[in-house]
Design a binder for this molecule. Structure first.
Ligand code: PEP
Length: 248
């Protein structure tokens, strides 16, 4: 059985004044519950400060993307080593906003995941279909192709996390139904089983992301093949994020 991960994604939000939310999560989440990890992925500008704010608690902090290379002439980019140096334990790779805004493809995402592992970080590899693909009945094939292309060769199942985020549900308030999530998560687990073997595949946390909020988290987190959430908007407020964590 995979461990549970409740992960926040602050995206391009948060100034130093927002660190109070991290301090509140860190102080109010209490000791980590057995098998449940809690993580906030924040903008790189806040990472070291967020790590400091989380110190002494079970809250982990992470980055939102990384460059495949460790260093070099890549103005404005951030390497996985830099994230680790700032206190990150995880990094999100392949978020649909990165795939769209920065033309990142499966190959880029696999290279970023490899970089994360090289730096000792756990990559949270994001996949998910567009509304057009869902309407065309292409969801399962598309997600399978993303799994195939975005997980680097040679990784162990225990080293990665997968987040299924239907693009049409991200930031829209439109959450996928329990049936839709269940169908896709089962299919993802089956594809991972083909790649890693069923026992190893069972150890990979599969997160759902897309308008998860305190009032829908309970039913989503209760789905068999859902092992946690990747939470955008509702991770910005400590009270909402803690309310989701309480249901994990
Ligand atoms: C996300 O950014 O990964 C996400 C799921 O956002 P939201 O929860 O706001 O839909």
């Amino acid at each position: 059985m995979a461990r549970t991960l409740i992960a926040g994604n602050w995206k391009m939000n948060g100034l130093k004044e927002s660190l109070g939310e991290i301090r509140t999560v860190a102080s109010e989440m209490g000791k980590a519950r057995e098998g449940v990890e809690v993580l906030l992925c924040v903008p790189a500008t806040l990472l070291a400060l967020a790590a400091e704010a989380a110190q002494g608690s079970a809250l982990k902090v992470g980055g939102e993307t990384c460059h495949p290379k460790a260093s070099g002439a890549h103005t404005g980019d951030i390497s996985a080593e830099m994230l680790a140096d700032a206190g990150a334990s995880h990094v999100i790779v392949g978020h649909s906003e990165r795939r769209m805004d920065h033309a990142e493809n499966n190959e880029t995402v696999a290279a970023q995941a490899e970089a994360a592992l090289r730096a000792g970080l756990t990559p949270i590899i994001c996949i998910g279909e567009s509304l057009e693909q869902r309407k065309a009945g292409e969801t399962l094939d598309f997600v399978a192709s993303q799994i195939k292309g975005s997980i680097p060769a040679g990784v162990d199942a225990e080293q990665i996390v997968i987040a299924y985020e239907p693009i049409w549900a991200i930031g829209t308030g439109e959450v996928a139904s329990v049936e839709q999530i269940d169908e896709v998560h089962r299919a993802i687990r089956a594809r991972l089983g083909e790649r890693f073997g069923p026992e190893k595949a069972d150890l990979i946390p599969l997160l759902y992301g897309g308008s998860m909020k305190p009032d829908n988290a309970g039913e989503i987190l209760a789905i068999d093949d859902v092992n946690g959430g990747l939470i955008g908007g509702a991770s910005l407020k400590a009270t909402d994020f803690l309310a989701i964590y309480a249901q994990a």
